[in-house]
Write a protein that binds this ligand. Sequence first.
Ligand SMILES: Nc1ncnc2c1ncn2[C@@H]1O[C@H](COP(=O)(O)OP(=O)(O)OP(=O)(O)O)[C@@H](O)[C@H]1O
Ligand SMILES: [Mg+2]
Length: 280
Amino acid sequence: MAAHIKFSQVSYTYPYSGEDRRTALQEISFELPPGEVLCVTGPNGSGKSTLAQLMAGLIKPTYGEVFIDGKRATRDLLEDFHSKVGLLFQSPEDQLFADTVWKDIAFGPRNQGLSSESVSRRVQGAAKLMGIDIEELGNRSPFGLSEGEKRRVALAGVLAMEPEVLILDEPTVGQDWENREHMLNSLSEYRAIHESSLVFISHDLDDALKLASRFLLLEEGRVRFTGKFSELIVSQRLLEKHRSFRPDFYISFPPYQTWYPCPGPPFRKSSPSFQDRGTE
Ligand SMILES: Nc1ncnc2c1ncn2[C@@H]1O[C@H](COP(=O)(O)OP(=O)(O)OP(=O)(O)O)[C@@H](O)[C@H]1O
Ligand SMILES: [Mg+2]
């Protein structure tokens, strides 16, 4: 069973950020029960990536506590974090470091002390999940790949460690339609096999809806909403403020349009499903 992560009144202020030190997160409390898929969303600068790093134990709260399986996350428990939680950084350049794709994906499992056969199996399995042709790309430098490929190699490196808790900071960014669908299906498959939890950070709620059962909306470093999608979209205030929740979103998910009609422009008028609705 995956680890249980709990945030209790967590605040975080970046050190050394000059005179106007901004608190990136304020009094955040929530739980990630084992096996749950949580979508964390919110505008740029709302604190999503900071939250991801706190969840992965890479930074420590300025105030408040993070718990893993009921134990307070202290320096002594860092091992626990690093063995159980896998983080995909928002920027692949922060993750990739080796001189070949193969070595990069193999780094985590090698560090776990696995045999070379097991490492090889993990690399091939993770590459396949990410739609990477390891025969073709294995010997290339990860830094010479396209942005979309870099992100998939970085994610393969995380999956190769088989973490119980996956924290993915905007994993679908830059993926073409086919690779995006493949990635989302692979993540579902991975979760089903490993019974892992997933924190999916994204602005794209269409993607998130394919995986997530619960949503957490951050705004200026605070939790503005946490709950099911059906509860999220009935909040007119949130919809009006966060335009990213519409309109493709409604168009893609017709059942929701009847619960709550699209509130104002911009609409994609060319969309047949929009015209079919006849709401103009
Ligand atoms: N290394 C840093 N030093 C100082 N301040 C930082 C640092 N990283 C982020 N911040 C600040 O913390 C706040 C939250 O940033 P964060 O990167 O967590 O937001 P985000 O929601 O992930 O944004 P985005 O959607 O652009 O990825 C912002 O005000 C940002 O300016
Ligand atoms: Mg971010």
